[in-house]
Design a protein around this ligand. Structure first.
Ligand code: F0G
Length: 460
């Protein structure tokens, strides 16, 4: 018999209690947090869908590996394990361990960037863009047009616009620091990049002698989509597909907090020895010696094991299908979504959900607050709070989309948790017309979404 039900392919060996709360309590908690879920205490959250980063449950095998961690300053056995695993996966000789993805970004883009330099990506993740712009360089996003339309169906909405890439490489000849393919494309909705697109991008980069980098933190999830949606790839294993993607690139940056199934870690891998040497100098100054970077020996053990486990076909099937399960359930309720559903998250189009709320009253923030009040569910606004800027007259230049991300931690929640999320959305749909927006009453200069304070727009 072939079952319809996709079960979690694991048993639960260790549990973490969830603190339940009432709606009245949550209304008070949210007020204390200035209507910004980043300022909530995690103990007051029932289902935490803020991020899939660093929130995975490790396996018994990984926990056992932690005990094996070799904490030697130099030449650690755990480093040898992680190095061998990353080299085998990426096919790249030089590997620099870092404490998380953005540390690898700071090192690499600190070296390749600088005023006048240009970086081109399907979509730069926000820390990637920040690390590039911090050096004085410019970051340009060129997703395909289909990737900017939330409701449009397309199998590879994470793809890069190759014609535009060719054009930009000619226009900025001699100034391009690197081309970066983010797989899957997080900011663009967790959408995959096809092998054909990656090959097209690699060929153009080669022709223009520009390095191609993979931001590969969700490469196993991307490989699942390639195998299932790209006819020519269906005979390859998920790991084989990932290796083929890496073979196209000159370097890769990984936040191990995603597809390496660990709570902390990252790496930078490179083919070019001279570039690796320059980066190693920066690594030693700011992260640590070459055989641990910013990591403990036990973290490196867990990463080596996680990078194996993540390509398990049963795990990946469960992973992608359970995210789709949430998305399709919400779609059936009429919730406007980014479609098709991505790998690690479901993205809701808050502008379409709350047409009565103008962008300068932040429809995404309104949804994030409603989800917390009604269900104790924590999510993230990816819209004008995160990306909005001010025009010279003080008015808001809104973000093109007003999204809310429900990111699903790996191996953490079960189907009943997800049924609960869907049930909360039934109430979101019933009450959508009476929801009002928010205004910002306090904000820092950079990355305001983390610490801004809000008030309901019509309050005084
Ligand atoms: N690149 C991508 C595509 C990411 O999604 C992230 C992190 C990073 C780089 C940076 O890695 O956090 O280890 O420094 N994304 C998290 C998220 C924060 O919630 O999507 P990091």
């Amino acid at each position: 018999m072939i079952h319809r039900t996709i079960i979690e392919p694991f048993r639960i060996k260790s549990v973490e209690p969830i603190g339940l709360s009432t709606e009245a309590e949550r209304v008070a908690y949210l007020k204390d947090a200035h209507y910004n879920p980043f300022l909530l205490r995690s103990r007051d959250v029932i289902i935490d869908l803020m991020t899939d980063s660093g929130t995975s449950a490790m396996s018994a095998h990984q926990w056992a590996g932690m005990m094996e961690g070799d904490e030697a300053y130099a030449g650690s056995r755990s480093w040898e394990r992680m190095l061998a695993e990353v080299q085998d996966l990426t096919g790249m000789e030089h590997v620099l361990p870092t404490h998380q993805g953005r540390a690898a970004e700071r090192i690499l883009y600190g070296h390749l960037g600088g005023p006048g330099k240009v970086f081109i990506s399907n979509t730069h993740f926000d820390t990637t863009r920040a690390n590039i712009e911090f050096t004085g360089a410019t970051a340009i996003d060129i997703p395909i047009a289909e990737g900017r339309d939330p409701a449009l169906q397309h199998p590879f909405k994470g793809n890069m616009d190759v014609a535009e890439l060719d054009h930009l490489l000619k226009e900025h000849k001699g100034k391009v620091g690197a081309v970066i393919l983010t797989v899957t494309n997080n900011s663009g909705g967790g959408q995959p990049v096809s092998m054909a697109n990656a090959e097209g991008v690699a060929a153009i980069c080669k022709r223009h002698c520009v390095p191609l980098l993979l931001d590969c933190c969700r490469i196993a999830e991307n490989s699942w989509f390639i195998q299932h949606r790209e006819e020519e790839m269906k005979e390859l294993s998920y790991r084989g597909i990932a290796q083929r993607l890496f073979a196209l690139a000159d370097g890769a940056i990984m936040s191990a907090k995603k597809d390496a199934l660990v709570n902390m870690g990252g790496f930078l891998s490179l083919r070019d020895a001279a570039l690796a040497e320059a980066c190693i100098n920066l690594l030693i100054i700011t992260e640590g010696f070459t055989t641990y970077g910013g990591l403990s020996g036990r973290d490196m053990e867990a990463i080596a094991i996680g990078l194996q486990e993540v390509f398990d076909p049963h795990y990946l099937d469960y992973r992608i299908r359970s995210t789709t399960f949430v998305g399709e359930k919400l779609h059936r309720l009429g919730v406007p979504l980014m479609r098709p559903i991505g790998g690690h998250a479901v993205y809701i189009d808050a502008k379409a959900l709350y047409p009565q709320i103008p962008p300068d009253q932040y429809p995404g923030q309104a949804l994030v607050c409603e989800l917390y009040k009604l269900g104790g569910i924590r999510s993230v606004e990816i819209g004008s709070v995160m990306f909005g800027t001010y025009l010279p007259d003080g008015s808001l230049k809104p973000s093109p989309m007003e999204l809310v991300r429900l990111a699903i931690p790996r191996r953490v929640y079960t189907q009943s948790h997800m049924e609960y999320v869907a049930e909360t959305f039934e109430e979101i749909m019933r009450t959508r017309e009476k929801v009002r927006g928010y205004r910002i009453i306090k904000e820092p200069k950079f990355l305001r979404h983390f610490t801004a304070h809000f008030l309901e727009a019509d309050s005084h």
